[in-house]
Design a protein around this ligand. Structure first.
Ligand SMILES: Cc1ncc(COP(=O)(O)O)c(C=O)c1O
Length: 404
């Protein structure tokens, strides 16, 4: 077995895409026009797969803040948070994040991926147990791997299964880390946080909630599912990203527990990488202020995702979950999803193609993500494209399983 033999499967899959003339993984946005429009293959296209939930990427105040920081502090920090890469504004953003959640402390990481990697690998180690919802994001799984802890998966969104597995652990359950997401990234469904918190209260353990897709989206002040379900005080660690509703790049964790500060000294994904650039931090600070006050944007976002969800459901599509900004359309198989994705692009609509093994239960998905910046005409245009394809796509309604 040669070093590169492991790429043979991938290489064959790439050749297959070549013969179909479709390569969704090589799409280039030749020109970005706004949070919801770009030029792809020379044509004006509606972007309906961006995670740009509040549409803040072109917000004039955020752009201005980034430009000012760029001129004042330079293009990059050229160092790790532990060395020369912690500027006053990194610390200010941490203080603002902590205040936003009403928690004691926050840590800023260079990406959301690294926030999960950094938190899980620092909090858990060999001999510890992490209880993971089966549908958790790859960054959470990778963080567990880096930690060396024992990983126990429980059925997706199934608090009874979590309770069963905690009972089996006996006294060890009190020292476990339970990890769930707010809105799940693939199907757009919400975690039953109240019930999960009830299990934690009964058996002990610490709860980490990744709000990557719910920050800015749910809750009166945009603090995510923990706020919407009124369990903020029960979440020991909340992880989030700057790369979705905040329109930048970076990640964070907030907590009331004093141990968070010690994570800085033990988390390799925090220590051994450069910190976010001054422009990124400045636009994120501005975006966070906007996000907290953005009830109007949240209302518009909700109206948009309810409109798209109702439109697609009315056409008979199998959808992943009840309405949320992530709307997953379940297709029969990989090839059908590929062709469907391509035809949507030909209709001027860009969405995400999600295929196994990245998807839960091996389903093939067209994943739309809705923005507050979409106009109702754009939402209707997306619906119209789906309606055109509905007529002749021969869609096989797929069953959604329940995880393992
Ligand atoms: C649930 C979840 N956590 C973390 C991340 C990683 O975020 P980032 O893009 O900031 O690395 C993502 C990104 O898609 C995500 O969906």
């Amino acid at each position: 077995m040669g070093l590169f033999d492991k790429f043979q499967g991938l290489s064959a899959a790439r050749r297959e895409l070549g013969t179909l003339g479709i390569d969704p993984f090589a799409v280039e946005i030749e020109k970005i026009l706004s949070p919801t429009e770009g030029i792809i293959h020379g044509r004006r296209t509606i972007l309906a797969g961006t995670n740009n939930y509040l549409g803040l990427t072109f917000d004039p105040d955020c752009v201005k803040a980034a430009q000012t920081a760029l001129a004042a502090e330079g293009t990059g920090t050229t160092g790790s948070r532990m060395a020369n890469g912690s500027y006053a504004n990194h610390r200010k953003l941490e203080a603002e994040l902590a205040a936003f959640y009403g928690m004691r402390d926050a840590i800023v990481f260079s990406t959301g991926y690294q926030a999960n990697l950094g938190m899980l690998s620092a909090l858990a180690g060999a001999g510890d147990v992490v209880l993971l919802d089966a549908d958790c994001h790859a960054s959470i799984y990778d963080g567990c791997r880096l930690s060396g802890a024992e990983v126990i998966r429980f059925r997706h969104n199934n608090p009874e299964d979590l309770a069963k597995r905690m009972r089996r652990l006996g006294a060890r359950a009190a020292d476990t880390l339970i990890v769930v997401e707010g809105i799940y990234s693939m199907l757009g469904d919400r975690a039953p946080l109240k019930e999960i918190v009830a299990v934690k209260r009964e058996h002990g353990g610490y709860l980490l909630v990744d709000e990557a897709h719910s920050l800015g989206v749910l809750g009166e002040r945009g603090r995510g599912l923990v706020e919407e379900q009124e369990v903020l005080a029960d979440a020991d660690f909340i992880v989030g990203t700057f790369s979705k509703s905040l329109g930048g790049a970076g990640g964070f964790c907030v907590s009331d527990l004093p141990v968070l500060d010690l994570v800085r000294y033990s988390s390799r994904p925090y220590i051994f990488t450069a910190s976010p650039s001054p422009a990124t931090i400045a636009s994120t600070r501005q975006a966070l202020t906007k996000l907290a006050a953005a009830r109007d944007l949240r209302a518009r976002l909700r109206a948009n995702y309810e409109r798209l969800h109702a439109g697609l459901a009315g056409m008979g599509y199998t959808l992943g979950a009840s309405p949320s900004p992530v709307i997953a359309v379940v297709l029969g198989d990989r090839l059908e999803a590929l062709r469907f994705w391509n035809r949507l692009l030909q209709h001027g609509v860009y969405v995400n193609l999600m295929l196994p093994p990245a998807t839960p239960n091996g389903v093939s998905l067209i994943r739309c993500s809705v923005s507050a910046a979409h106009t109702s005409e754009q939402i209707d245009a997306v619906c119209a494209a789906f309606a055109d394809l509905r007529a002749d796509a021969g869609i096989v309604a797929a069953e959604l399983g329940t995880g393992t």
